[in-house]
Design a protein around this ligand. Structure first.
Ligand code: AMP
Length: 282
């Protein structure tokens, strides 16, 4: 496995792989790898492509009072896990390499960025679309892999690819969870043992909501209220949002029809966790 911090080297290595007839797959991450990230790699390996993983804690997608400085980082551990998983090349640039200018051009997200996480993190998705567009231009992959844990991000990236005509297929990968149901996240390391235990209510409430819907409940706002009630009743978590939205347009869903996205964000102390469930085939 190769590791480089330089855009020019990355381009050179990929050019050589292309010459050999290899397809290129990209797995963008902020590092501190866990099984969720490795599931993306596993999916990327299936196609036989040369797999490039980017590891970059992108300052542009953090708000002024968010956790950019304390975001967990461990490149040696990441490199070991990535190599074991079959990554061929890690791109691990510094901030200077990615953003050498203060007069930066950015990619502005459309309407899909206005709700859910975009409400409490107003600059977040522009940071994501900018860095991902840069990675797409640097690596020029055939396919890029995104987790459904960040469902809104996945939809936004699909929209950017369409709107800006990137010739790249966006492949979604299902959420990977701990055995007790907590969705894997690099931020889980911030949780105290008590918060870690309380956070189980997120998956529990999503499962319960799935059940209520399958039993015939069709009111979006009623389901939202019932989920909030469960979270408040079983944890000290502070709810950012619990919303039922259309799985493609992210429009608010009042009457549930054939499918619905249940998305939530809850703060445990200073740690904000997100989770979601796509309820389909109704
Ligand atoms: P991050 O390093 O948190 O920016 O995540 C990098 C990629 O891994 C994104 O596409 C995430 O959606 C994906 N990812 C993170 N956690 C999970 C998870 N638990 N299951 C599936 N994909 C995940």
């Amino acid at each position: 496995m190769l590791i480089s911090t330089k855009i020019s080297e990355i381009r050179e290595i990929i050019r050589e792989e292309r010459k050999k007839g290899k397809e290129i797959a990209l797995v963008p991450t902020m590092g501190y790898l866990h099984e969720g990230h490795l599931a993306l790699v596993k999916e990327a390996k299936k196609s036989g492509a040369f797999v490039v993983m980017s590891i970059f804690v992108n300052p542009l997608q953090f708000g002024p009072n968010e956790d950019f400085d304390r975001y967990p980082r461990n490149i040696e551990r990441d490199a070991r896990l990535a190599e074991e998983a079959g990554v061929n090349l890690i791109f691990n640039p510094g901030v200077e390499e990615m953003y050498p200018t203060t007069n930066l051009s950015t990619v502005a997200v459309g309407k899909l960025g206005d709700c859910l996480c975009g409400t409490s993190r107003p600059t977040h998705f522009n940071g994501v679309t900018t860095v991902v567009s840069k990675l797409f231009n640097i690596v020029q992959p055939d396919r890029a892999y995104f987790g459904q844990k960040d469902y809104q991000q996945y939809l936004i990236i699909k929209q950017v690819v369409k709107d800006l005509n990137f010739p790249i297929e966006i492949v979604p990968v299902p959420i990977v969870r701990e055995s007790d149901g907590l969705a894997l996240s690099s931020r889980n390391v911030y949780l105290s043992p008590e918060q870690r235990q309380e956070a189980l209510v997120l998956q529990k409430s999503l499962k319960a909501a799935d059940e209520w819907i399958r039993q015939g409940e069709r009111s979006g706002s009623l389901i939202e209220e019932k989920i909030k009630e469960m979270i408040r009743g079983e944890s000290s978590g502070e709810i950012d949002y619990v919303e039922l939205r259309h799985p493609e347009t992210l429009d608010r869903v009042e009457m549930i029809e054939d499918s619905v996205l249940i998305a939530l964000a809850v703060r445990f102390g200073s740690t904000r966790l997100i989770d979601n469930k796509l309820v389909e085939g109704l």
